[in-house]
Design a binder for this molecule. Sequence first.
Ligand SMILES: N[C@@H](CC(=O)c1ccccc1NC=O)C(=O)O
Length: 288
Amino acid sequence: MNEIEELEKQFSPSRWSKRFPAEEVIQKHVEFITKASDDARKYIPCQLNIPYGSEDREKIDIFGTDLPKDSPIFIYIHGGYWQELSRELSSYVVKPLYKNKFKVIVVGYTLCPQVTLNQITEQIKRAFLKCIEYAKENNSRSLSVGGHSAGAHLTISLFHSLFDSLSLSEQQLLRGLYLISGVYDLTPLVRTYVNDALKLDDVMAKKLSPLHQTFRSNDGKLCKVSFYIIVGENDSPKFQEQSRLFYEKLKNLDYTSKLIIIKSADHFNIVERLNENEYEIIKFIVDK
Ligand SMILES: N[C@@H](CC(=O)c1ccccc1NC=O)C(=O)O
């Protein structure tokens, strides 16, 4: 394999599953998330399609609208290399958290190449501000955010660009960030198929990479947010390495962080299992 082929393999999560061959693992993933997401919308009281902007996909879905008003909130940002999937296909994460009396907000955003990745980060900021507004109106006890793959990148980008400008009471609302199989360095993607839709150059890729961005140090542990950097045992070596490096970066800056390797999980069942009550990530979210 030449260097580019090796890079493409490292950044093709489907090629590292030990359960199914590449095409099959994606097909099964989409089947699973479609069915489980439909079920969530059918059985869990929700308010769908709440706009946070004027674009078609600038909407959030709120689940658990029958729960006590001040219930804790979990916000979910889906993955798909910023160019696939949707919030409609992502309500499969709701059920176990709902059973644990969490409201879940699933965030939609426009995909590349219709918009740039930088524009997506701006959309996510606006979506999050809408969630904060909702949390304040409802006197919510806490707000946590979780993202998968590209969604983990968007989650940490949100923290990087927005956290310091929140009021103290808004900052104190934020409890945990759950970064699942995330992408933290975008520079290797520039030379792969992923960039056909992203159209990033080296400068922009670096600017948007959490591993290259400057985070202020958490002196005195003023920021109380807990970071969970989670990656699958069967994610590619590059994905595992990026998670480890990002965890080390946060740790060195004194943020409360935990690195969690999920045994026998690949890039896809690591999030599919958010549909299971006994899953360890659910316990991390609920027990914190
Ligand atoms: N083309 C990719 C697909 C992919 O990366 C993906 C698919 C669904 C959900 C998340 C994904 N990855 C990152 O956001 C692959 O080969 O696995």
